[in-house]
Design a protein around this ligand. Structure first.
Ligand code: FAD
Length: 671
């Protein structure tokens, strides 16, 4: 939609990783959205770099993980270096970087600028949404009384379009001799320039246009200094520490043997360094700048130079040597660990990413968790706007993501303390950090840091036992059966599929053409819900009878599938049925399954991409999907997946009435 149009469904403020993820959902779900950013350009180098395996799974569901996988540096091993009895650093441990088998991807590193590029290309391919740069909001008026009326535009925002003059950030204080680019002007130790930009624009006669737009929804993805958060009067709660960390992206010249491994190096008394090997021969060094602690006074940022960061690193890794000829980027950070008290205003204006949580960069979580906030939120807003779901699902954004942000802060707090502390000399040295404890935290932290451990609590869209059905306003929103019992399905039917967690992936074969696929590849982020039918051993006549009965229930014209699908659209446009059976592929035919499992269309015939089998492939082995998912082939089960691949409900093949009640809890009936 072009600037000048006065109404929009979703306004996204900020085109960092969180904002671009939100825009990507809008593009895939056909929502009218605008995304604005105060900066004149995207990021080109430096800043965040680590990508969790869960983030790669998400990128794959949007179709661009392959680009990241190809360009990134793959992280396979972590080496821990500690002082020995004589105080010299030595390698004490090697551990796998990503816990084997938790995902089909492993952690990789690639700088934020490339990630933003992939999002921008994807937006271009799938929509006409483009980032409007040099545009920032100046005023926000929100009419709370209209919040629950779905068709209204309760948000009024005045946007300021900056001129070229205001667009170029002031880097005059950068003290960088060699770096092509420094990140201090974006760092949290520099004052936020939003108000300054707006002031300058108001005094500049040449400033571009000002426009007022009306929006149904607004998402503030405007970073740690969030203007949107300030307008809502919300605060980040937690600590702002005195610790300052320096970050240096260099091509290292060194004799340190593990420079191409991720390393945590604790020296006896000269601080700690984290080494992150990067793409294009680069290596990132994170160094705690013990010499620049604020101690209550204001930090003088002109104290921090790349040379000074390097000198700190040199002391830590002595007697090994490190220097560089080429520095790609550098910055300095002040560590704060804070979470927003509120993630939304009346489920109309939302905050995501750094706007609602800040923490240290060392665990490589910032960009990931920020994108995953928007990944959790985007489809929910799109479903309400498209008339698929009612507004109750929007409350689950805060109930699901605030807990993740709190877990992240707790993890970061522990990890930072262990990383920043001086190693203990022996067991009697209570002021020092136990290196065993550090290793233990690192290993346990790896599960959390992979992103696959996220487990959302019970809610209107997560049917399981648990307290979290109580939403922020104290309402129990869980769905009930006619006897008053909560809809919670029967999670025992799939031992390794957990309600509230993302669907794991194992190899299955397409029944129609024998091609092996990772099952997650079928779970595209296109806004659709999915029912996975674990049909079991359908060669057994009684099992096949159960599947045929299921097919008849689903195909009945009054079934929930038809009730929630808009007339005139294909039967899989809102809820798609995917089947995995466990009988030999060569003894089974696609057409053995009820038609509704592989729907027919006048224009394209039968759908050959809906029925899969757990069997041996010709070239890629056997996925053992039933064993890995923990499903008994003699019984089978049904699994409901949300559009973000998280498991909403698990139950028996006969539990069609309960699935219907699950969907009735939040879906809008269309017929
Ligand atoms: P951001 O990336 O901050 O994006 C916010 C966007 O909003 C920006 O493009 C900004 O220009 C725009 N914006 C802000 N205010 C306005 C406004 N009023 N109007 C319009 N647009 C606005 N994380 C790691 O995991 N590893 C790292 O090494 C690492 N290094 C970092 C170094 C620096 C200097 C910084 C600042 C952050 C670093 N992070 C790192 C954190 C990581 O970059 C963030 O967690 C992640 O970028 C958060 O994404 P976001 O989209 O929420 O916010």
């Amino acid at each position: 939609m072009a600037p000048g149009d006065s109404k929009i469904d979703v306004l996204i403020v900020g085109a960092g990783p969180a904002g671009l993820m939100a825009a990507t959902w809008m593009a895939r779900c056909g929502i009218r959205a605008r995304i604005i950013d105060k900066r004149g350009t995207k990021i080109f180098n430096g800043q965040a770099d680590g990508l969790q395996c869960r983030t790669l799974e998400i990128f794959d569901s949007f179709g661009f993980a392959d680009r990241v996988w190809k360009e990134s540096n793959h992280m396979l091993e972590i080496c821990l270096w500690n002082p020995d009895a004589d105080g010299n650093i030595r390698r004490s441990d090697r551990i796998p970087d990503t816990i084997p088998k938790i995902s089909r991807f492993q952690q990789v590193v690639l700088h934020q600028g490339r990630i933003e590029r992939f999002f921008l290309d994807s937006l271009k391919e799938h929509s006409d949404i483009t980032v409007e740069r040099g545009v920032l909001p100046e005023a926000l008026i929100f009419d709370e009384s209209l919040a629950e009326d779905v068709d209204t535009y309760p948000i009024d925002v005045t946007l300021q379009h900056l001129s070229e003059e205001e667009l170029n950030p002031d880097q005059s204080q950068a003290t960088n001799g060699t770096a092509k680019s420094d990140g201090l002007f974006r760092s949290n130790i520099s004052a936020d320039d939003t108000d300054d930009l707006l002031n300058r624009a108001s005094q500049n006669a040449k400033t571009g246009t000002r426009e007022t737009i009306k929006a149904k929804y607004m998402i503030g993805c405007d970073g740690a200094h969030s203007w949107t958060r300030r307008q809502l009067g919300y605060k980040l709660e937690g600590e702002q520490t005195d610790y300052v960390w320096g970050v240096l992206d260099i091509i290292p010249i060194t004799d340190f043997p593990d420079i191409r491994m991720r390393c945590a190096i604790h020296s006896a008394s000269s601080g700690s360094v984290m080494v992150i090997p990067r793409e294009n021969k680069l290596v990132r060094l994170y160094i705690q700048m013990t010499t620049t602690e604020r101690g209550g006074g204001k930090l003088d940022r002109s104290n921090i130079t790349p040379q000074m960061i390097l000198e700190c690193a040199q002391k830590t890794i002595a007697p090994y040597k490190i220097t560089y000829d080429y520095c790609d980027w550098w910055t300095a950070y002040q560590i704060g660990q804070r979470v927003g008290s509120e993630f939304s205003k009346n489920e109309r204006i939302f905050l995501a990413g750094d706007a609602v949580h800040t923490h240290s960069p060392k665990a490589g979580q910032g960009m990931n968790v920020s994108m995953q906030d928007a990944y959790n939120l985007g489809w929910k807003i799109a479903s309400v706007l498209n008339g698929t779901a009612n507004r109750s699902i929007l409350k689950t954004y805060q109930s699901e993501r605030r807990r993740i942000a709190q877990d992240l802060i707790a993890f970061d707090h522990k990890f930072s303390r262990l990383f920043s502390g001086r190693p203990a000399k022996d067991v009697m040295d209570e002021a020092g950090i136990s290196m065993e404890e550090f290793k233990d935290a690192f290993e346990k932290g790896n599960m959390f840091a992979s992103g696959v451990a996220v487990n959302y609590g019970a809610s209107v869209i997560v049917a399981k036992d648990g307290d979290a059905a109580e939403q922020g306003d104290g309402t129990d929103v869980s769905v009930k059966n006619p006897n008053g019992a909560r809809v919670i399905g029967n999670a025992k039917l799939a031992r390794n599929i957990k309600t509230g967690m993302r669907m794991p992936s194992f190899q299955v074969l397409n029944q129609a053409d024998a091609r092996p696929w990772q099952f997650q590849e079928m779970l595209k982020s296109d806004g659709r819900w999915r029912i996975v039918v674990f049909a079991g051993d359908v060669a057994n006549a009684s099992q096949m009878k159960r599947i045929k009965n299921l097919g008849s229930s689903l195909a009945a014209k009054d079934s929930f599938l038809y009730r929630f699908t808009p007339p005139g659209t294909s039967i899989d446009s809102i809820i798609e049925i995917l089947t995995i059976h466990s009988s030999p592929r060569s003894e089974t035919e696609l057409f053995d399954f009820p038609d509704i499992f592989h729907p027919y269309s006048e224009k394209e015939g039968w759908d050959y991409w809906k029925v899969y089998v757990d069997d041996m492939s010709y070239h890629e082995g056997h996925g053992h999907a039933y064993e890995n998912y923990g499903v008994d082939p003699g019984k089978g089960c049904l699994v409901v997946l949300r559009p973000d691949q998280y498991v909403g409900w698990i139950g028996e093949i006969e539990d069609v009435a309960e699935i219907a009640r699950y969907f009735e809890g939040f879906m809008v009936q269309r017929t």
